[in-house]
Ligand binder design. Structure first.
Ligand code: KIV
Ligand code: ZN
Length: 432
């Protein structure tokens, strides 16, 4: 058993995020076409990227990271296609990733020629592991790279005045970095960008998720409080899901002061994925906050993401999986049936075992009742009422559900509504 170094706990005696509640949606930035794509066994073709792009603009993302054009010809071609075919809606800003190297920054500006608006996103690793083993450079070395990157983007933005430029800087592996040092680097980068007098985003990545979400939220809150020029920048968060808490970390980070969240639709991305924007958006929705994304056709989202990534969705994926609005157990079926039928005193959605109305995602109640050997009389009664208009007396509900259960046990499989109808006819209806 190897020991892992625990993530540092930031003492914030007067930490504020635990007393806050989420009140509005952050700005979303979808990184499916960059972080999501770079993690695929088979990267998306230009045609698949266009399909994904159409989905993302339809869903309503206003910031979309479209690739790393200086590092990949298909990414370069895709960015050119978006610009030359005029495919970028008026209210959408594209973002591209680049390392802090001048040749790559020049190529990035070539890719973006003619764009109305764009965010140039520079990153470099600042955490001790990378400083010590990968770059063999001290703190001053990685800080100088970041500052130099900002200077090059500022210079090249000034030489290409036809575009409304914004600059984003990511101290990669922020969550594994001494937070005081992350502040020092970002202060210096802001100072370097300031003469450009254009918008700037600081994006704080949990490149690898290494702590519980509360520790990450403390890091974000400490960072926001100690940054010299907090009001000059937008604070963005980019979480990965290594500990399974990417969405939770992003939610707490918003409580801790972040304005913007980067993630992917349904969570594709490096290793265990990026945080899933669908889950966080629906979490907000279910507590009455408009996520300002149109997720009303979830089947189309699942189909397009699946076609572009070649990754099937887990049937129990939050909000989107095929099985999340089904109930097999009899007591759940009974409770759902009764609460769907009940008169409600107010407009709140209040149905047992269904945290949201599936109709809001284009799903139907129909799939809720499915019958197998664990189902009781409630589900069977519901199906007969729905399909045959039959209201059974209680003795018959009990008698018939025993027969259904016996058949399900014998076949060890789900019983379809057609089989239930046939079984009912076989036992209780007079042959004609
Ligand atoms: O995970 C990460 O740190 C990244 C950066 C490039 C933002 O993807
Ligand atoms: Zn990432």
């Amino acid at each position: 058993h190897r020991k892992y170094r625990p993530a540092p706990v930031i003492a914030l005696a007067d930490r504020q995020w635990p007393n806050r509640v989420l009140e509005q949606a952050p700005t979303w930035c979808a990184v499916d076409l960059r972080d999501g794509n770079q993690a695929l066994v088979e990267p998306m073709t230009v045609a698949q990227k266009l399909q994904m792009w159409a989905l993302m603009t339809h869903v309503g993302f206003k910031h979309i990271e479209v690739g790393f054009p200086a590092a990949s010809q298909p990414d370069f071609d895709f960015v050119r296609e978006l610009i030359e075919r005029n495919l970028i809606p008026e209210d959408v800003t594209i973002q591209v990733l680049v390392q802090a190297r001048e040749d790559l920054i020049i190529r990035t500006f070539e890719a973006l020629k003619g764009a109305k608006r764009a965010i140039v996103h520079v990153y470099n690793s600042v955490n001790p592991t990378q400083r010590n083993y990968v770059f063999n450079s001290g703190k001053e070395g990685v800080k100088a790279i970041a500052v130099q990157g900002a200077r090059w983007v500022r210079d090249h933005a000034a030489r290409n005045p036809g575009t409304e430029w914004s600059f984003q800087y990511s101290p990669e592996s922020f969550s594994s970095t001494e937070v005081e040092f992350a502040v020092e680097v970002c202060d210096a980068v802001i100072d370097e960008w300031r003469p450009a007098a254009r918008p700037m985003i600081l994006n704080l990545p949990a490149t690898v998720e290494v702590s519980t979400p509360n520790v990450f939220a403390d890091q974000v809150e400490w960072f926001c409080r100690h940054l010299k020029a907090r009001s000059e920048v937008s604070i963005s968060i980019h979480t990965h899901n290594d500990r399974g808490c990417g969405v939770a970390a992003a939610e707490l980070a918003v409580l801790a002061g972040a304005d913007r969240i980067e993630g992917t639709l349904l969570g594709n991305g490096e290793r265990t994925g990026n945080m899933d924007i669908v889950t966080m958006a629906m979490n907000l929705y279910s507590q009455g906050i408009d996520p300002e994304l149109d997720l009303s056709d979830m089947d189309a989202i699942v189909a397009t993401v699946g076609a572009c990534t070649q990754i099937a969705l887990h049937p129990r994926h939050p909000y989107a999986g095929e099985l999340v609005y089904t109930a097999f157990s009899g007591s759940h079926q009974d409770a759902i049936r009764k609460s769907l039928a009940a008169e409600k005193p107010d407009a709140y959605w209040d149905v047992a075992y269904l945290p949201i109305d599936p109709a809001d995602l284009g799903r139907s109640y129909e799939a809720v009742i499915r019958i197998n050997s664990q189902s009781g009389k409630g589900g069977v009664t519901y199906l007969l009422e729905r399909d045959l208009g039959l209201q059974l007396p209680r003795w018959l509900q009990i008698d018939f559900s025993r027969r259904v259960q016996a058949q399900a046990e014998a076949s060890s499989s789900e019983i379809s509504p057609e089989q239930i109808r046939a079984l009912f006819e076989q036992h209780y209806l007079e042959p004609l």
